[in-house]
Design a protein around this ligand. Structure first.
Ligand SMILES: *Cc1c(COP(=O)(O)O)cnc(C)c1O
Length: 500
């Protein structure tokens, strides 16, 4: 199987190369040249398997240069004993036709764990195949959850180092604490004085810097990415949508006419995985894209105009505070019939002017596939409260954005397809906002007082990783200017000397 760059017809790499490299040298993202299709027999086979079995089955379709032993080693390492009750992605029925896909039972309590528990295995296996012993340096820009999940996945993984940048004023106190207390001898964490888009642009700039790449090569190192620009992040996410479909069939739900998927969206990685699950043959009807007040995707899906020139809001769903959704590039590539020249042109316009408009033909395809709406902080809090009152079901702020948009969708369309709502974080990761929604009188200053109050008010279980944080020691308190990210990287790698 060949992977192509979204920005060039001349780049063809293997799966292992695509994963080891992370991003194509032309700045494009890797995508499989043809998306594998699953037959009715495949789905029958998948139904009978547990999550690990399903993940192996699906990965084999994408990673044809991995042996069965490689796949078994990677998947079992990632998903055995790392998630609550060994269930990485349980489906919880809220009401008839309304299912919550709980993606936060992993070690960092956010859906990123599904991909980032597996990625280190995929990446080191890939690097062994293609890059003759070079050390892999993972660079991450995070709006909060990716950083912690990547640190946890890569900590003390042999022959790797990981460097994480997060926006100093753009993560929740719990997210900051999770990252700043990270254990491991190969990890480095640094806040930047900018927002997530600054962090992401800074990291992309380091990837593209040939001088820096040369210094790394001199020291027998190479960069790779754990952000969702890496194909190795996306495949594991495709798995849980297909697995959820299998679970729906197993539960006897009426999925004859398909089902909808609602995804609280930021960088467009999670919903892109659902899109790939759909083109593989999973009967997904509508893909419902939910945004917070940073609603650049809502406007894009509804009009065909992408325009990041707008106010950036810091919201109570910080993992979606994003105005440049990297993974959109992959979908536009697919919908344009793999037109790399067009994608390059759009990305150049985005870099130069902050906006672009797609053809009316592509815009129509997008509207057929997707439905999009946004939800502000006030509505988010109201949704947390109403779902707790109505269903005694506690959700975090990101999941609340998804449910608010879904309720809006139902009110406007009357659609009756069964629907899966992706629940992307544990409510305890955002205790402050969740408590404000359901018991504001219990709010106090201390982060862990709020966690305990939330537990007392709702009688829900506090995830162990959150409980353990209270006693963890802060190891990192670095802040750097957004223009100094390169120096921070070179200093940490101890290669900040002038090139000879
Ligand atoms: C990362 C994240 C999102 C957004 O996912 P994308 O793949 O970036 O669209 C939503 N919710 C939570 C809790 C997240 O951590």
């Amino acid at each position: 199987m060949v992977y192509k760059s979204t920005r060039s017809d001349n780049v063809s790499v293997s799966a292992a190369q695509a994963i080891a490299q992370g991003i194509s040298k032309d700045g494009g993202l890797f995508v499989p040249q043809t998306t594998p299709k699953l037959s009715a027999t495949d789905f029958e086979n998948l139904r009978k398997l547990d999550y690990i079995g399903r993940a192996k089955y699906i990965l084999r379709n994408f990673l044809d240069d991995f042996s069965d032993d490689d796949i078994n080693y990677c998947v079992e390492g990632a998903y055995s004993g790392t998630f609550d009750n060994d269930l990485p992605a349980p489906l919880s029925k809220l009401a008839d036709g309304k299912y919550i896909l709980e993606l936060w039972h992993g070690p960092t309590c956010a859906f990123k764990d599904l991909a980032l528990q597996l990625l280190p295995y995929l990446l080191t296996t890939s690097a062994n195949k293609v890059s003759n012993g070079k050390e892999t340096v993972i660079l991450v820009a995070t709006s909060g959850d990716t950083g912690k999940a990547a640190l946890e996945g890569f900590k003390d993984v042999e022959n790797t180092k990981i460097i994480v940048f997060y926006p100093n004023n753009g993560v929740s106190p719990m997210q900051r604490l999770q990252m700043d207390t990270q254990l491991g001898e190969n990890v480095f964490v640094c806040a930047i004085d900018g927002n997530f888009d600054d962090a992401q642009s800074g990291v992309k700039k380091i990837f593209a810097d040939i001088d820096v790449a040369a210094r790394l090569a001199d020291s027998n190192m190479q960069f790779s990415s754990a952000n969702s620009i890496n194909w190795g992040r996306l495949v594991p996410q495709i798995v849980y949508y297909i697995s959820a479909y299998c679970d729906l069939m197993e539960s006897g739900a009426d999925v004859e006419k398909g089902f909808n998927v609602v995804v609280p969206t930021g960088n467009f990685g999670n919903i892109l995985a659902a899109y790939y699950a759909k083109i593989m043959g999973t009967p997904i009807a509508k893909l419902i894209c939910a945004s917070n007040s940073n609603n650049v995707l809502t406007d894009f899906i509804n009009t065909g105009d992408y325009d990041r020139n707008r106010e950036f809001y810091t919201t109570i769903s910080p993992s979606m505070d994003i105005l440049i959704s990297s993974n959109l590039e992959r979908m536009l590539y697919e919908l344009s019939g793999k037109d790399a020249a067009m994608i390059t042109d759009l990305q150049e316009q985005l870099a130069a002017t902050g906006k672009y408009t797609v053809t009316s033909e592509i815009s129509k395809k997008i509207k057929d596939l997707f439905w999009a709406e946004s939800c502000d902080d006030e509505k988010t809090l109201e949704t947390i409260r109403s779902y707790f009152e109505k269903y005694s079901y506690l959700i975090d702020t990101h999941t609340a954005v998804a449910l608010a948009v879904y309720d809006d969708y139902i009110a406007k369309t009357g659609d009756t397809h069964p629907t899966i709502i992706a629940s992307t974080a544990s409510p305890y990761k955002f205790s402050s906002s969740v408590l404000e929604a359901i018991a504001p009188e219990k709010l106090s200053d201390g982060e862990f007082e709020k966690v305990k109050a939330l537990h007392e008010v709702t009688n829900t279980e506090i995830p162990k990783p959150i409980l353990e944080l209270e006693k963890a020691t802060v190891r990192f308190n670095n802040v750097c200017k957004k223009d100094n990210m390169i120096d921070a990287v070179l200093d940490y790698l101890k290669i900040n000397t002038t090139l000879n």
